[in-house]
Ligand binder design. Structure first.
Ligand code: ARG
Length: 483
C-alpha cells in the first residue's frame, strides 16, 4: 500500500488497508478518555499516515531514546523505567528492521505505533515516555533528523556524479565539439569544458544541500505542543545527545516551521531541473541528427514495433521526473500558505512530498552516473559538426580586429564571407588566403590557422575559457573541492 510515491515499502504494513482497519478498530487511541464515539472509516483513512511515515521509525526511536534519557535525568523516569524503555525501543527497532513489526493504521502514525508497541511490551513505563512531549515537537524532530540522515547519501551521489564528469573531462581533454547558443553552432569548445559546466552547477547544488542540512541544525524537542512544557526539561542535554548545533529558541516556531523542508525541496528542484537540462542534451546528442554519443544498452530501450529503435528512455524519464521535484516543492509551499500558527494537521502532508523528493533525486543522480559512465563518445561526429558550420567566424573577426580593423567592421566582413560560402555551398576551408583578401586586404597568410576549430579552443586567453590550460585548471580545482 505504498500509496503516493513512497518507493520504500515497510514490513508489517498490509496491502489491504480496509481489512486492517476493521481488525484493528479496537486499538486504543491515546486520547480515548475524551471521546465516546470512534473515528469513521473514511476519517481514519484521511487521518492515517503510518503507511508513509513508518519510514521515520529510525529517527523516531532515536529521538525517543534521547527524550527518555533526559526524563530520567530530571527525575521523571526511574533508572529501571529508563532501562526498560531503552531496551523496549531497541527491540522494536530490531523487529521493524527484520520486517516482523506490524504497523497499524488505526494508530495513525509511526509515533503512536511505536509508543503503543512499547507500552504493550513494558507496561506503565511505556506510558510515561510521552511525558513532556507532544507529537508536534516529536514529528518536527523526526523530520529534521531524517533530512540530516538522508542528505549524507544524496551528497555522496552528487560527489560521485561530479567525479564521473571530471573523469570524463580528463580522459577526453582534447576532444572538441560545437558550443551552442540558441541551439545554433556558436564557437568550438572542448567537450570537457561542456561537462565541467555541469560539474560546477552540481557543486553549487551541493552547497544548497549543505545549507538545507544546516537549516535542520536546531533541535525542536522541548517545545511541547506549542507553548513549552510544565517540566524543567533539559533541552541542552537532548541537543547534545542527538548532535544538533543548537535549540530552536521559540517553541511556537519549533512546531510550525517547515522551512528546513522547503530548503531541501528547493535543493532537489534546482538539481532536478539541472539534470533535466543535461538529459535533454543527452537525448539530442544520441539522435541520428547529432550522433555525438551512443548511450549504453543498460540505459536504453527498444521499441515494441520499430525494430531499429534505441530510445533514450532513462534520460527522458529523469527529465520527466524533474517535474515531480518541482511539484513537491510547490505542493509544500501550497500546504503552508495560509496556515495560522502553530501546528495544523495539514502539516502531515509534508512527508510524502519530502520522501518523494528524496527518492526521486537519488534515483535521478544514480541514473545520470550510469548513463555518463557507460556512454560512448562519437568524436568524429562532434568534429564534423564543428568543422562544417563556420564555428570559427568569431576567431576570424578577432583576427582582423587585431590587425586594426574596428570590430564592428570585421564582423561585417566575416558575415559577408559566410554568406558567400553559403551561396556556394562550401565552408571556410575551401578558401585560400588569396580568396579572403578579396573581402579584406588585411588577411595575411597566417589566416589558415584561424580557420581551424582545433586551434581556436587554445587561442582562448581568458580565465575560465575552454583552453586546455584553463580546463585542466578547472579539473584540478574540482578534484580539490571533492577531496
Ligand atoms: N502524524 C502527525 C504529522 O505528521 C504527527 C503530529 C500530530 N499532531 C497532532 N496534534 N495531531 O503531522
Amino acid at each position: 500500500m505504498n500509496a503516493g510515491s513512497g518507493r520504500q515499502s515497510f514490513p508489517g504494513i498490509s496491502s489491504d488497508r480496509n481489512r486492517d482497519m476493521k481488525k484493528e478498530k479496537d486499538k486504543k487511541k491515546p486520547w480515548g478518555g475524551r471521546f465516546t464515539g470512534a473515528l469513521s472509516g473514511t476519517a481514519e483513512r484521511i487521518s492515517a499516515s503510518v503507511h508513509f511515515d513508518a519510514r521515520l521509525w529510525r529517527q523516531d526511536i532515536r529521538g525517543s531514546m534521547a527524550h527518555a534519557k533526559m526524563l530520567a535525568r530530571i527525575g521523571i523516569l526511574s533508572e529501571r523505567e529508563l532501562a526498560d524503555i531503552l531496551a523496549g525501543l531497541a527491540d522494536i527497532g530490531r523487529e521493524i528492521e527484520q520486517g516482523a513489526f506490524r504497523f497499524s493504521d488505526s494508530l495513525e502514525d509511526v509515533h503512536m505505533n511505536i509508543e503503543s508497541a512499547l507500552t504493550e511490551r513494558i507496561g506503565d513505563a511505556g506510558r510515561k515516555l510521552h511525558t513532556a512531549r507532544s507529537r508536534n515537537d516529536q514529528v518536527a524532530l523526526d523530520m529534521r533528523l531524517y533530512i540530516r540522515d538522508e542528505a549524507a547519501g544524496v551528497r555522496g551521489l552528487l560527489a560521485a556524479l561530479v567525479g564521473t564528469l571530471t573523469d570524463l573531462a580528463e580522459k577526453n581533454i582534447d576532444l572538441i565539439m560545437p558550443g551552442y547558443t540558441h541551439l545554433q553552432i556558436a564557437q568550438p569548445v572542448r567537450f570537457s569544458h561542456h561537462m565541467l559546466a555541469y560539474a560546477w552547477g552540481l557543486l553549487r547544488d551541493m552547497e544548497r544541500l549543505d545549507a538545507a542540512v544546516r537549516a535542520c541544525g536546531q533541535m525542536p524537542l522541548g517545545a511541547g505542543a506549542l507553548a513549552g512544557l510544565n517540566y524543567p526539561v533539559d533541552r541542552e542535554f537532548v541537543r547534545e545527545e542527538l548532535g544538533f548545533d543548537g535549540i530552536v529558541p521559540n517553541s511556537m516556531d519549533a512546531v510550525s516551521d517547515r522551512d528546513f523542508m522547503l530548503d531541501f525541496l528547493h535543493f532537489a528542484s534546482v538539481c532536478g531541473v539541472r539534470l533535466s537540462r543535461f538529459c535533454e542534451e543527452l537525448v539530442l546528442w544520441s539522435s541520428a541528427e547529432f550522433g555525438f554519443i551512443r548511450l549504453g544498452d543498460s540505459v536504453t530501450t527498444g521499441s515494441s514495433i520499430m525494430p531499429q529503435k534505441r530510445n533514450p528512455d532513462i534520460a527522458e524519464l529523469i527529465r520527466g521526473k524533474s517535474g515531480r521535484l518541482v511539484g513537491d516543492l510547490v505542493a509544500l509551499l501550497t500546504v503552508l500558505k495560509g496556515l495560522p500558527m502553530t501546528y495544523n494537521r495539514d502539516l502531515q502532508e509534508d512527508k510524502e512530498r519530502l520522501f518523494d523528493a528524496v527518492d526521486t533525486i537519488r534515483l535521478a543522480l544514480s541514473g545520470m552516473i550510469e548513463m555518463l559512465s557507460t556512454m560512448e563518445l562519437r568524436g568524429d561526429a562532434m568534429k564534423n559538426a564543428v568543422y562544417g558550420n563556420f564555428s570559427t567566424a568569431t576567431d576570424i573577426a578577432d583576427y582582423l580586429a587585431r590587425k586594426g580593423v574596428p570590430f564592428r567592421k570585421s564582423h561585417e566582413i566575416v558575415g559577408r564571407i559566410v554568406r558567400s560560402c553559403e551561396e556556394r555551398g562550401t565552408d571556410f576551408f575551401s578558401l585560400t588566403a588569396e580568396d579572403l583578401r578579396e573581402f579584406s586586404p588585411d588577411f595575411g597568410d597566417d589566416i589558415a590557422e584561424m580557420l581551424d576549430p582545433e586551434r581556436s579552443v587554445d587561442r582562448k586567453a581568458s580565465v575560465g575559457s575552454t583552453s586546455r590550460k584553463e580546463v585542466l585548471g578547472q579539473i584540478e580545482r574540482i578534484r580539490r573541492i571533492l577531496t
